[in-house]
Design a protein around this ligand. Structure first.
Ligand code: NAD
Ligand code: 89V
Length: 347
């Protein structure tokens, strides 16, 4: 692809996690970074220099007016997403936007609708399902190695200090379900299918934060399967597992386990295979984040291939409403007590 044919990108938000987006884009030859934008001028300029962008902006609208862009990659926090996606859509620019899509269902639905009405592509940066070990699990399930899945347990339990890199997490009244649980619920959906009902219990163990830091969710899927999704940021245990998702899927012909240290064990029709599923990741990644960072690259490659094929990305806005609906149902269950039926996904 020549320079002229490259897709013209601007990254909006140049904070903590955007560094991974920018590194990953620099590995994708189909894309040219045209501009970066952050309302903090020092951050915008630092990203411009570090990633060789021709221009840095502090105002998204000014950038959209000045530059000819194919798409923007929005890596700001959720309360800004509705306005920023709306601006991009109004300029006919396609959008990737970080999770969580927005603070409320109404905002999420408005985001999806603004892109639909403007006929622009929308993908939510829901990256955990693109982690290489999780892709390996999904592939084994899709190939029928364990037959029909009927039970899953997905656990993300850690005592890692997420608050130092992302201080806003300590002040959110709703915390682990909407920030981290959303990823694990999304992986659960990707493997076990849509949820029919769910029941959730939350706990706040750490008294120094504002929201819940432990959540345990029990799901009945439309296909009849049952899952447990348990997440914690108050698990004191060595070795520390952050950011590993430990999972077990049981089916009619076997079991798939993703174990500590990225060991993948598949029991299929009475035979057991175990292998190391930890990916070799690019030089800019750093443990323990490397598997998450690599999933950013995998997700961006998926966006490009969906664009080239003219198909919807897996984590389109409409798809992501289903995951977001599980998070809202989990909060409703935890607040009211009892099982909850997730909201209809399409606005
Ligand atoms: P951050 O606060 O470090 O960075 C956000 C940046 O956006 C800041 O530099 C801020 O100045 C800028 N910004 C805010 N509003 C803006 C606007 N209107 N115009 C231009 N710039 C603006 O936050 P972060 O930790 O990088 O998180 C960003 C998003 O990424 C969040 O939604 C978070 O949940 C998500 N995140 C995702 C993952 C993942 O694995 N998918 C991991 C970490 C964070
Ligand atoms: O993925 C995320 O959104 C991050 C983390 C993994 C730390 O929860 O906030």
């Amino acid at each position: 692809m020549s320079t002229q044919q490259k897709l013209r990108l601007a990254v909006i938000g140049c904070g903590f996690f955007a560094q991974n987006h920018l590194h990953a884009w620099s590995e994708i030859p189909e894309v040219e970074l045209i501009a970066v934008c952050d309302r903090d001028p020092a951050r915008a300029e630092a990203a411009r220099q570090r990633f060789g962008a021709p221009a840095a902006y502090t105002d998204v609208e000014a950038m959209l007016r000045a530059e000819r862009l194919d798409f923007v990659d929005i890596a700001t926090t959720m309360e800004t997403h509705r306005a920023l996606v709306g601006l991009a859509a109004a300029h006919g620019v396609h959008v990737i936007v970080q999770k969580p899509l927005a603070p409320s269902w109404e905002d999420c639905a408005a985001i999806v609708e603004s892109c639909r009405a403007a006929n622009v592509r929308l993908m939510v940066h829901e990256n955990f399902r693109f982690q290489s070990p999780i892709l390996a699990v999904r592939k084994a399930v899709a190939e029928g190695r364990i037959g029909t899945p009927h039970f899953a347990q997905l656990s993300f339990r850690s005592g890692y200090d997420v608050y130092s890199g992302q201080p806003y997490l300590a002040t959110e009244k709703r915390f682990i379900l909407i920030d981290l649980g959303i990823h694990i619920l999304d992986v659960c959906r990707a493997i076990m299918g849509e949820a029919q009902t769910l029941y959730c219990l939350t706990q706040q163990v750490n008294p120094e934060i504002a929201g819940e830091d432990v959540a345990t969710t029990l799901i009945r899927h439309a296909g009849g399967g049952v899952s447990i999704v348990d997440c914690s940021y108050s698990s004191r245990r060595l070795p520390e597992l952050f950011p590993q998702t430990i999972l077990r899927i049981e089916g009619s012909a076997g079991t798939i386990e993703l174990l500590e240290g990225y060991r993948l064990r598949v029991t299929s029709n009475g035979a057991v295979e175990e292998r190391d599923a930890e990916p070799v990741t690019p030089g800019w990644t750093e443990k323990p984040w490397h598997v998450v960072q690599e999933s950013v690259l995998n997700l961006q490659r998926h966006w490009i291939s969906a664009w080239m094929n003219g198909t919807d990305p897996e984590t389109s806005g409409v798809d992501n409403l289903r995951t977001y609906g599980l998070v809202m149902a989990a909060y409703a269950s935890a607040e009211r007590g009892g099982a909850v039926v997730p909201a209809a996904p399409v606005p």
